[in-house]
Design a protein around this ligand. Structure first.
Ligand SMILES: Nc1ncnc2c1ncn2[C@@H]1O[C@H](COP(=O)(O)OP(=O)(O)OP(=O)(O)O)[C@@H](O)[C@H]1O
Length: 258
């Protein structure tokens, strides 16, 4: 199968810092791919370029969805989202005073925008609301969070908040998920559970590209890994190849400023 995401020779500079230096990589359709590297190696900057938060200084980003290929670098974050790319953040961005279910229901509605003609016809939005509620409830069931449907997000544990952020993405029609440190601050059992759920979704045609510092967990669930160091792609390969790669081990021992 082809790739859903292609990053071609992307560079991004902040003043004197070269955060990305001609980075090229691709994420195959339907895969779970990891992106690792020491602190400051450029991982978040790469996610920011792909999702429209930064415009690269050079290079191109292509999104291939349903047989059509589109150049997406330079689009704003809303347009990238509308194309079918969802990104979660290290610090989840949820509506804390709303319940779990409400957080799921507002996500796709926001995306649609306002349509005054449809708003006048309750049959149209009534049916849509019912469809979304069914989808939200089936996701809650699948993720084992049904009993939390009416609990406010402010009362959830960190692990559940991380799960909820991923689930919000699943409420949309997105195909590609960029997860930024989904296991950060989550105890090991819950982190494994989250990755197992991600793997379970693979069969439904979703693709995941995941930044994660907890390499020992990540490596058990990804089929391919990219390693960044000082803004450059240092290595790529299967998890077992990466774990024993001398350059990768050195980069981690040397830290981000080597
Ligand atoms: N908005 C910005 N302004 C200035 N410098 C930035 C900006 N964003 C990132 N950088 C710099 O670019 C480099 C890459 O940072 P980035 O956050 O992409 O690394 P990272 O691999 O995600 O690190 P971490 O694992 O710590 O999150 C760092 O030197 C960082 O200080």
């Amino acid at each position: 199968m082809g790739s859903i995401l292609e990053v071609q020779s992307v560079s991004k500079r902040f003043g004197g810092i070269i955060a990305l230096d001609k980075v090229s990589l691709s994420v195959p359709q339907g895969a779970v791919v990891g992106l690792i590297g020491p602190n400051g190696s450029g991982k978040t900057t790469l996610f920011n370029v792909v999702t429209g938060f930064y415009v690269p200084d050079a290079g191109e980003v292509w999104f291939n969805n349903n047989g059509s290929s589109e150049r997406i670098d330079g689009l704003n974050p809303n347009d990238v989202f509308a194309k079918g790319i969802v990104r979660t953040f290290q610090i989840p961005r949820l509506f804390k005073s709303l319940t779990v279910l409400e957080n799921l229901l507002v996500t796709p509605l926001q995306q649609k925008g306002e349509n005054p003609l449809k708003a006048l016809n309750p049959e149209v939005w009534g049916e849509e609301e019912r469809r979304l509620a069914r989808k939200a409830l089936s996701l809650l069931k699948r993720f084992g969070l049904l009993e939390y449907a009416h609990v406010k997000v402010s009362e959830l544990s960190g692990a559940h908040i991380k799960l909820l952020e991923t689930m919000r993405g699943l409420m949309t029609d997105a195909r590609l998920f960029l997860l930024d440190e989904p296991a950060a601050g989550v105890e090991a059992g819950a982190a494994h559970e989250l990755f197992r759920l991600v793997k379970g979704l693979q069969g439904d045609g979703y693709t995941f590209f995941i930044v994660e510092h907890r390499i020992e967990i990540l490596m058990q669930y990804v089929e391919y890994v990219y390693v960044m160091h000082n803004g450059k792609l240092l290595a790529e390969g299967k998890p077992e190849e990466i774990i024993s790669n001398e350059k990768v081990i050195e980069a981690y021992i040397g830290g981000g400023s080597a």
